[in-house]
Write a protein that binds this ligand. Structure first.
Ligand code: HEM
Length: 324
């Protein structure tokens, strides 16, 4: 009974998440996004993040069942499995998941009925949350305003910071030569990754090597928004980026909790859906949709080191009331 109740409750919450995701995607599909809409999009994503908290808790309810209790009825479940949750697959697709861990070279829809396969195929075809967010970021103004070029200004500031960091590493007496060389190499690597990802020379090869998915312009826009989140025009966009990270990490956390649950119930046995025990663990890492946003802090500068925005850019970013 408990097993069924918990699964069905999950399916209900999946349904609500699908509903919220569709509303968010509909709003984001507009080519001109009013501030009012961004507020609603953020609220929708925050609701999903709250539901995810419930989902983690629910796993704890199922964990009151022991592995022996589970073995009492496990055979009767075969070949039923969580991979038959059509709603879960639709959620993944509507978020924008593409690069999946495969199970025995089978398509990820193999466990579904033909009717459910058609539903999942449809959910792949429409633009996903990832697609909408990328297009919205691509349209972000303020990257070039008059003489101001955000990338050039940011690059100089990052260069200065890394130069200071390097001098500190060289001067630190508690490091031996090997540790010092390792730290310097790490710092150089961050800078060259920044150059190849954000600079004019960036190419598809370096994007792939760094496992980036967002376009270069979208990444730069996300860096700008995240660096100046208190500027009035960037306040809502920055909350939107935070909410996307919350939801993405929420699903990764659910996957992790679920993989731990599966491990404590069945150890290293093959799943009822015939997956290898490593599948669930590999998916935690690989099935991230907005990893680019979580990776971005690698290039963050402390507030005091950020390039100052020129007055005309600040003017464009402020709220306006009446004739002021
Ligand atoms: C005794 C408890 C559970 C065990 C042992 C378990 C085990 C597994 C295993 C081994 C897989 C990989 C596919 C397979 O070979 O079957 C899987 C997938 C899945 N399970 Fe569970 N599960 C449990 C509970 C749940 C619950 C409560 C849910 C809630 C809906 C759930 C949802 C899913 C989903 C959505 C997948 C597909 C995940 C993916 O492909 O990334 N499972 N589960």
């Amino acid at each position: 009974m408990l097993f069924i109740i918990v699964h069905q409750t999950f399916e209900l919450w999946f349904k609500q998440i699908r509903w919220e995701l569709e509303a968010v995607n509909r709003r984001l599909s507009s080519t001109v996004l009013a501030d009012r809409e961004i507020g609603k999009i953020v609220s929708g994503l925050q609701r999903i993040a709250r539901i995810q908290l419930l989902m983690f808790e629910q796993i704890g309810v199922l964990e009151t069942m022991t592995p022996l209790d589970f073995l009492d009825f496990r055979d009767r479940l075969v070949p039923a499995s969580g991979s038959q949750s059509v709603q879960f697959r639709i959620i993944e697709n509507r978020l924008g998941l593409r690069d999946r861990v495969t199970v025995g070279r089978q398509p990820y829809t193999a466990a579904l009925s033909p009717e459910h396969q058609a539903m999942v195929a449809r959910s792949e075809q429409e633009p996903s949350l990832f697609d909408h967010v990328e297009r919205w970021l691509d349209r972000t103004p303020f990257l070039h305003v008059g003489e101001f070029d955000f990338w050039t200004a940011y690059r100089e500031a990052l260069h200065d910071l890394l130069g200071r960091e390097r001098r500190t590493i060289d001067a630190s007496g508690d490091l031996d030569d090997h540790a010092r060389a390792e730290l310097r190499a790490r710092s150089e690597k961050i800078f060259s990754a920044f150059e190849t990802l954000f600079g004019p020379e960036a190419d598809q090869e370096s994007m792939t090597a760094e496992k980036r998915r967002l376009s270069q312009k979208a990444l730069l826009a996300a860096l700008l928004i995240s660096s100046y989140p208190d500027e009035p025009a960037l306040q809502l966009p920055s909350r939107l980026l935070t909410a996307l990270i919350d939801v993405d990490i929420g699903f990764a956390t659910w996957r992790y909790r679920h993989a731990l649950l599966a491990h404590r119930m069945i150890g290293g046995k093959i799943g009822t859906g015939r997956s290898d025990p490593s599948y669930l663990e590999a998916a935690i890492d690989q099935h991230r949709v907005f990893r680019d946003l979580s990776d971005l802090p690698t290039y963050f500068l402390p507030r005091h080191a950020l390039p100052a925005l020129p007055p005309d850019v600040l003017e464009q970013m402020r709220f306006r009331y009446g004739d002021d």
